[in-house]
Design a protein around this ligand. Structure first.
Ligand code: IPD
Ligand code: CA
Length: 278
């Protein structure tokens, strides 16, 4: 699919343009930014999110490529004569709260697929907007960070593992008890506030796993990270240990466990109490 379009090059340019476009906002980080209504994913849109999305679409359009945009902010938009040729799933800024509060952990996340399904993603980029670190993957060609092939962590005892947990939900009374046994066995729990980048940390072994059972995270937020994890040969499944076969749409939500290796994955799945999500 990507034969005649160098998507990794285009995605790299998108990242450069997103960073350039958000620079004025980042300089005024301490001032809260006004909301501009509710985005297609259901959260308030900030001017910085819209500026980043424009940077993505403008960059791709300059290459004369037709595509359908699936974005957390604007929903679905079609560009060019043949928009069903490529689907570009973007979370232009993941970690907006961090960005506007001056917490240096947020990213831009962009995936390209042939159909609006997660398992049809062919290329993906997650780029740290503050430190400039860029993670990429192409289907069948591995995952890379700054040109270096990345690999997830090897099995280690749970007590030594660094585990990401997202408990950012009003359903905490339902979700938290299901994680008690896992939390009891670990010593290094993290939540950094930008889930796509946190998933890339699993892909390159900085952390050992990331667990998000909320069913709240949008598929748009983790589409690119899904390919990066998969190409790095990390694991990402439902808590029933099934593949995440999710439609790419601003409305799709996911619950999952991502782990650096099969042993860690099994250990974590065994410690999680079952729920109703798939
Ligand atoms: C958010 C971050 C955060 C997660 C939220 C997401 P956003 O992304 O990934 O870590 O807890 O559920 O919505 O809204 O900044 O793109
Ligand atoms: Ca976002």
């Amino acid at each position: 699919m990507t034969d005649n379009v160098d998507w990794l090059k285009i995605l790299a340019q998108c990242n450069v343009n997103v960073r350039r476009r958000i620079e004025p906002f980042v300089k005024t980080l301490s001032k809260p930014l006004p909301d501009l209504g509710i985005g297609a994913g259901g959260d308030p849109i900030k001017p910085v999110d819209l500026a980043a999305e424009e940077a993505v679409t403008e960059t791709i359009r300059k290459h004369g490529v037709s595509f359908t945009l699936i974005s957390e902010e604007s929903g679905i938009k079609k560009y060019g004569d043949n928009p069903d040729q490529f689907y570009v799933t973007a979370d232009p800024i993941d970690g907006t709260t961090n960005l506007i509060r001056g917490i240096p952990f947020s990213d831009t996340s962009i995936a390209v697929s042939t159909k609006p399904m997660i398992n049809c993603i062919q290329a993906g980029l997650v780029a740290d907007l503050i430190h400039g670190t860029v993670y990429t993957a192409q289907k069948g060609k591995g995952a890379h960070c700054e040109g270096r092939r990345i690999h997830p962590s090897k099995p280690r005892p749970l007590g030594e593992a660094v585990i990401g947990l997202d408990l950012n939900t009003y359903k905490v009374e339902e979700i938290a008890p299901r994680l008690t046994k896992l939390i009891q066995r670990t010593k290094h729990i993290r939540h950094l506030g930008a889930n796509a980048l946190e998933l890339c940390y699993v892909a390159d072994g900085k952390t050992d796993a990331f667990v998000d059972l909320r069913g709240k995270l949008r598929a748009t937020d983790m589409a690119a990270a899904w390919l990066i994890l998969t190409e790095a040969r990390a694991r990402i499944t439902t808590i029933q240990n099934e593949p995440l076969n999710v439609e790419l749409s601003p409305k799709s939500r996911v619950a999952f466990v991502a782990s650096g290796n099969a042993e860690m994955h099994r250990t974590i799945l065994d410690l999680i109490e079952p729920g109703t999500e798939r």
